[in-house]
Design a protein around this ligand. Structure first.
Ligand code: FE2
Length: 413
């Protein structure tokens, strides 16, 4: 897909015009706004009453195969889940210490400051420390990604998706691909990491790319109720506009594993637990009050944002996630709006390993081929800025650290 600004703008005008002619936008949107607005108000009221909005699952129940069908349905309805105690707390505390040692022993901060162009980045930070670290291949990260327990947890989550289409398969539900992401060490008082409401995994391409067009075919029609966020059909076929901010794997869930205790106010995650809110975002730019070349502020290569100006009825449903403890994990659908609290007002570091769920499918296997050499040489994941800090880090994970499961998930056969 061409990504020059004039080309994108003319594609936007053409796509909007085509979509507006293909169904009754006004009446469909009125229905969507009514229904999703009511859902948002209901969630806001329940949260205000102290109800726990994000479904919680005990990892022990996944292991024993005793999670109720109702709880699985709740995860589908909310588009997110907490899975608690995936790892023992002692194990996670040891990993947290090892990660700090790894960064310190290899002078991460000094090296980061030396990198061209990064000085300015650090100057703007209140504390002069990064909060997200560009490391991918520490032993704790590799151990967590390939662990039996996190694998079981993600396979359980993936089975909530419809992965078969007729005789075809969109992804293999009993296998994962490993996606190397970074870590966060957010220090108390940090004000630099707040993120406004957004979703990852593509912005303008959701209206322009033929793959996304098939994923959202029922949204752009008079039958929007038929849209099922957990239907994987065509999702592995979408083409993102290349950008360091956009993930090239098909992730069934974004997620992270807590390395330290963290709760509301500790600069943590906020979620808008309505997976069908994407329908509102997709249809809103088709209304008459939006300029012909506008997708309500969506921009190529950026996260897709939601704002008071365009998406006000949805926003009351934003909830902060409850307190997580070391070894707990949080997961959210790739089309779920999320945000990060502006300020960390707590008194302890809130640390996480970003580890998402990426199923085994052709798209993800293709990405593994790019990721494998990065692992072997210690370079940054090919989806992120090529900082390559770990190339000569001591204590980095190597092929010898991969278990048979890890080898399979990394694509080493
Ligand atoms: Fe995000």
């Amino acid at each position: 897909m061409a990504s020059s600004v004039p080309t994108i703008m003319s594609s936007v005008v053409a796509a909007k015009s085509r979509l507006r002619e293909s169904f009754d936008v006004k009446s469909v949107f009125a229905e969507v706004e009514g229904e999703l607005g009511r859902a948002a108000s209901e969630i806001a009221a329940r949260a205000a009453d102290g109800e726990q909005i994000v479904p919680e699952i005990s990892y022990a129940d996944i292991l024993a195969d005793t999670v109720s069908t109702e709880l699985g349905d709740a995860v589908r309805a909310r588009g997110c889940a907490i899975i608690r105690n995936v790892f023992a707390r002692d194990q996670v505390s040891a990993w947290n210490t090892e990660l700090s040692d790894y960064l310190e022993r290899n002078s991460y901060l000094d090296r980061a400051r030396e990198k061209a162009g990064l000085d300015k980045y650090f100057e703007t930070l209140e504390s002069g420390r990064p909060q997200i670290y560009g490391i991918y291949w520490s032993r704790p990260q590799v151990a967590a990604r390939q662990s039996e327990s996190l694998t079981r947890a993600r396979l359980w989550l993936n089975r909530l998706w419809h992965s078969r289409r007729g005789a075809g398969v969109d992804f293999t539900p009993d296998r994962l691909c490993s996606y190397a992401d970074r870590i966060r060490q957010r220090e108390p008082g940090d004000k630099s990491l707040g993120l406004s409401p957004h979703m990852d995994g593509g912005s303008v391409e959701r209206w322009l790319d033929p793959g996304f067009g098939r994923v959202y075919a029922s949204v752009f029609s008079d039958h929007w109720h038929e849209y099922d966020p957990f239907d994987a059909a065509f999702r592995p076929d979408v083409k993102e506009i290349p950008s360091p901010a956009v993930c090239r794997m098909f992730r069934t869930y974004q997620g992270w594993t807590a390395l330290t205790e963290q709760g509301q106010g500790d600069g943590t995650l906020r979620l808008l637990p309505i997976p069908r809110a994407i329908v509102y975002l997709l249809l809103r730019p088709l209304l008459d009050d939006v300029p012909a070349d506008s997708l309500c502020d969506a921009a190529p290569g950026r996260a897709l944002g939601a704002s008071e100006r365009w998406h006000a009825p949805l926003l009351p449903a934003f909830v902060s996630i409850p307190k997580l403890y070391p070894g707990d994990t949080i997961w959210w659908h790739p089309d779920l709006l999320h945000a990060v609290e502006d300020v960390h007002t707590g008194s302890r570091y809130s640390n996480v390993m970003y580890i998402s769920a990426a199923p085994d499918c052709a798209k993800n296997r293709a990405f593994l081929e790019l990721q494998k050499p990065a692992f072997v040489s210690g370079k940054s994941s090919p989806d992120f800025a090529p900082e390559d800090y770990e190339v000569d880090f001591s204590g980095r994970a190597t092929l010898a650290d991969l278990s048979p499961l890890g080898r399979q998930q990394m694509g080493f056969g």
